[in-house]
Design a protein around this ligand. Structure first.
Ligand code: PMP
Length: 329
């Protein structure tokens, strides 16, 4: 079943390869694809060796920047649109509230299926992501940043109610965590056994999708938020770390899926971005910096493989001064 899914995503049938014991290598080596959206998923996993870790720990980063639209949320955009189409719920327009990466993922899917996309974006979020959404055909409506994502969500729902556009509703739909089954399968195929998973929470879809599958297997689950996010009981407030941070407890996030919640300051997240660039040559976004800081705090709790999800890359945050952190390396 896993191989059928992977084969289908890469444009050939499992039947054509199933008697080949090296089929999985054939898929990994495939470099020619039928269409750009086939480049969503099957992202690389890389071991990080330049940080101090306990001797019995190996740390791997899942580089979601290698998705077509440059982030983990391409998986979500694809799944929400395809599920909506299958259920006959989409006429000709999709609407969503987003910090940007979901909008990019949805824009790719809408382009593929010839649908219109309208996104409600708090105006403080990075201009790079907004430009990319526009280039892919999305219409952007700015909402008041001081009212947070809650206001963007209210306006998106309102627009859907008035016009009949399909509200993708990443913050509430169970189709969100389900979008990350492919991510889980890829990690399992690569590593087999995983002792700890570390993922940031914006909608908490990535974390929930992974934790639902991994917690029953005994994997320690760590969810990461910036200061100003409410998961650890702190007050809601603004933060510079983009893509993560929760204002309202996500309906699909079950307490018993979480072993630990790490709350990381903007300074620590941004500092880690610079450190990852300097030590590993990895250019990641601020939510990846936060996840890496959390993973290093948590490494002492396990022996074996740690996987950290790096949702996107630095270059969409140049305008947010991503490489300017307090403190020297
Ligand atoms: N990091 C970045 C850069 C993101 O854009 C997002 C999604 N907003 C996340 C992390 C968190 O993903 P999720 O919504 O699945 O919690």
């Amino acid at each position: 079943e896993v191989m059928t899914g992977i084969a289908a995503r890469h444009g050939f049938s499992y039947e054509s390869i199933q008697f080949n014991p090296f089929a999985h290598l054939q898929i990994l080596k495939k470099k020619t694809f039928k269409k750009p959206t086939d480049l969503i998923g099957s992202t690389p996993l890389v071991e990080l060796t330049q940080f101090d870790l306990p001797a019995d720990v190996r740390l791997f980063a899942k580089l979601e920047m290698y998705n077509l639209g440059g982030s983990v949320k391409d998986r979500l955009g694809q799944n929400l649109v395809e599920t909506g189409i299958q259920q006959g719920l989409i006429q000709n327009e999709v609407v969503e509230a987003t910090a940007g990466n979901t909008g990019i993922g949805l824009a790719l899917a809408c382009q593929k299926y010839d649908l219109k996309l309208k996104v409600f974006v708090p105006e403080k979020f990075s201009v790079e992501k907004q430009e990319i959404m526009r280039a892919l055909g999305a219409e952007i409506i700015h909402t008041d940043s001081s009212l947070g994502m809650v206001e963007a969500r209210r306006q998106a729902k309102d627009y859907a109610d008035k016009t009949g556009a399909y509200y993708a509703n990443q913050f509430e739909t169970a189709d969100n965590p389900a979008s990350y089954d492919s991510l889980y399968q890829e990690l399992k195929n690569e590593l087999g056994s995983i002792q700890m998973i570390v993922a940031g929470a914006g909608s908490a879809g990535t974390f929930t999708g992974l934790a639902e599958r991994m917690k029953p297997e005994g994997t320690r689950t760590v969810i990461v938020e910036p200061e100003g996010s409410i998961l650890n009981g702190g007050p809601s407030g603004s933060h510079r770390t983009e893509g993560i941070g929760v204002e309202v407890w996500p309906p699909f996030l079950k307490h018993d899926l979480i072993d630990s919640i790490e709350t990381i300051s903007d300074d620590d997240a941004f500092h880690m971005v610079k450190e990852l660039a300097a030590k590993e040559g990895l250019l990641v976004g601020s939510s990846s910096g936060a996840a890496m800081a959390a993973a290093l705090h948590q490494a002492k709790h396990v022996q074996g493989n740690i996987v950290v999800i790096f949702p996107d890359a630095s270059d969409r945050y140049i305008s947010q001064q991503i490489f300017k952190s307090k403190g020297e390396l």
